[in-house]
Design a protein around this ligand. Structure first.
Ligand code: PMT
Length: 419
């Protein structure tokens, strides 16, 4: 059979595991999509999954009997569980609940699906799906890390509205996105051509928090202090980290950009709100402060629109210092690898170097924002990375290129220095 997506998954034997999450209803559509690529699909459901979707639905869609129990003599007589584990080229679990992740991370074999996963030599992938607080729980994140070490590839989770009414990172990727990521995961092994770059998953299991865009500091109900940041650089970094397997929270000032796939976005306005949102996502493994945060805010915000004086006298605003977000993160006891940016218009490296030390950063990205065509608002950028090694400041310059490509180069460097 020829797949409508090209050679894709034609003939590939996929064991689709379904566990007990509300997203299980989407697994029917996923099974159809997988079948359409020409894959052979067999479904294994946990006991709880059957409360959300019936085995009969999956049987009708795949044309194969659905397995639900390890202790089913009739099914075992047809194809024993070890035979089934050997049959699979790929095990894809969607949705993978927090409980299933925990059981797999600890090598349990207490039902058919977990037993198959222990017995298989197939490529194993899962699409986690759970409430956002469950996903952010340190136990789940530790299990995600462990699963990465055990060779699992995690697809997602995605961010957005959840069935329980919460909003955040934890919902299952849409079936089309799961299929697309599955195909790109298999790309390096399917295509030996040297031009094809293998997809890097070097941030799998890592938690990354990134700030992007400007902050707005209100003066009165209609006016504010701000700057020209468009968010493009920070969003490009978030997209790269998510593509490379990290679970990414993007704390964003007011911008007009769309959220990169698989990224949790938290919208804020002021520096104070940005700090609170960042702290709500701690601890993490990597923090990148790319936002252009206002250093000052009004000492008091007018309740009504400030009125112009009747004479020619000017207006003096009293400003107070905003908290320094990147320095606060770097000062935490459980500090992540902390990267700051420095937007400078003169003596770039000297100013950036002093921010590196003063804010106790692991790395600073020096950005000359006086140069035409780079920096604020532009699609391109060029930066110099500065960090300390053996008491000496080290530097590495990255030439002008689109912000998406530059983000990849910055992340390459950060990954090489991550503990
Ligand atoms: O958003 P774009 O249009 O794509 O533009 C990208 C950019 C020019 C905004 C970006 O590349 C950049 O340089 N960001 C840092 C901007 C900035 O505010 O730099 P700074 O030198 O004032 O601040 C130094 C560091 O401290 C930054 O990491 C900043 O996020 C952080 N900071 C500053 C003040 C504050 N109160 N809290 C902070 O965390």
């Amino acid at each position: 059979m020829v797949s409508p997506l090209g050679p894709g998954l034609a003939g590939t034997r996929i064991l689709l595991g379904i566990s007990a999450g509300i997203a299980a209803y989407k697994s029917a559509h996923l099974a159809r999509l997988l079948k359409k690529t020409g894959a052979e699909v067999r479904v294994v459901m946990t006991e709880g999954a059957q409360a959300f979707i019936t085995p009969l639905t999956l049987q009708a869609l795949t044309g194969e009997p659905v397995r639900t129990s390890l202790l089913d003599p009739e099914a075992e007589a047809g194809m024993g569980h070890i035979e089934l584990a050997k049959w699979a080229d790929i095990i894809l679990i969607a949705p993978a609940t927090a409980d299933l992740m925990a059981r797999l991370a600890h090598g349990h074999a207490d039902d058919l699906l977990t037993t198959l996963c222990l017995a298989t030599e197939a490529r194993c992938l899962m699409a986690p799906a759970m409430n956002q607080a469950m996903w952010r729980h340190p136990a789940t994140l530790a299990n995600a890390d462990r699963l990465g070490e055990l060779g699992w590839t995690l697809l997602g989770p995605d961010a957005g509205d959840q069935a329980c009414g919460d909003v955040g990172l934890g919902r299952m990727l849409e079936p089309e996105a799961i299929l697309a990521q599955l195909l790109s995961e298999l790309e390096p092994t399917r295509d030996e051509s040297p031009e094809v770059m293998p997809l890097q998953r070097d941030l799998a299991g890592r938690r990354v928090v990134i700030t992007a865009g400007p902050t707005r500091e209100a003066l009165d109900p209609v006016r504010y202090l701000s700057n020209h940041s468009s968010g493009k650089m920070g969003y490009a970094l978030a997209a790269v980290c998510a593509e490379r397997g990290a679970s990414v929270s993007l704390v964003s000032g007011p911008v007009t950009l769309t959220t990169p796939p698989g990224v949790e976005r938290i919208d804020v306005t002021s520096a104070t709100e940005m700090l609170a949102a960042v702290e709500s996502r701690m601890p993490c493994d990597l923090f990148i402060g790319c936002a252009a945060v206002a250093d000052y805010r009004a000492a008091s915000i007018g309740e009504h629109k400030l009125k112009k004086a009747n004479d020619d006298s000017g207006l003096t605003l009293e400003l107070v210092r905003n908290p320094d977000i990147v320095a606060t993160v770097a000062g935490r006891e459980d500090r992540p690898f902390t990267v700051g940016f420095a937007a400078e218009t003169q003596t770039l490296e000297a100013h950036a170097g002093s921010k590196l030390e003063r804010k106790r950063l692991d790395l600073i990205v020096a950005n000359d924002v006086s140069r035409e065509g780079i920096g604020f608002g532009s699609d391109d950028n060029a930066v110099t990375l500065l960090w300390k090694a053996h008491d000496q400041t080290q530097r590495h310059s990255l030439p002008v290129q689109p912000k998406a490509a530059l983000a990849g180069a910055i992340i390459d460097h950060i990954v090489s220095r991550l503990p």
